[in-house]
Ligand binder design. Structure first.
Ligand code: FES
Ligand code: FES
Length: 151
């Protein structure tokens, strides 16, 4: 079926089976590789994007579910990496291998959009859906606290 939606501010129309995961559409159809495939089961957070401003696991979201809606991927979070979360990530030198990081950044941006001054516990709770094999959790916490203070 043909599905029309918005990605990073631009309308797109894709021909795909309705139940195709949004993650596949982003990576394979639209060539936006910043959103990562980790577990494919809603367990790691590597595939996190925004749908109408709220975070969503793109591996668990069918493309038909975003028909007529707005999707933002890491490529669309800012034009030039100037989003406060991206700046804080750089300042705290968060990534190691980097594989999981776009998902973390998208969650952090969604958190701060809804709660500009989260407590430490609120950050830990919100980010607990993510897994980082490299163990960057302390730096992620520091970066979100920095973005909250400076953003
Ligand atoms: S790839 Fe979607 S949660 Fe792991
Ligand atoms: S930075 Fe390597 S998996 Fe998170």
């Amino acid at each position: 079926m043909a599905i029309t939606f918005n990605v990073n501010g631009s309308p797109v129309k894709v021909e795909a089976p309705a139940e195709t995961p949004l993650l596949w559409i982003l990576r394979e159809y639209l060539k936006l590789p910043g959103t990562r495939f980790g577990c494919g089961a809603g367990l790691c957070g590597a595939c996190m994007v925004h749908v109408d401003g709220d975070r969503a696991f793109s591996c668990q979201t069918s493309v038909s579910a975003v028909s007529g809606r707005s999707v933002t991927t890491i490529e669309g979070l800012s034009k030039d990496s100037t989003h406060p979360v991206q700046q804080a990530w750089l300042a705290e030198q968060v990534p190691q291998c980097g594989y999981c990081q776009s998902g973390h950044i998208m969650s952090a941006a969604a958190l701060l959009a809804h709660n500009a001054k989260p407590s430490r516990d609120e950050i830990v709770e919100y980010m607990s859906v993510h897994i980082c094999r490299c163990g960057t959790y302390p730096r992620i916490l520091s970066a979100i606290q920095r973005a909250s203070q400076e953003g």
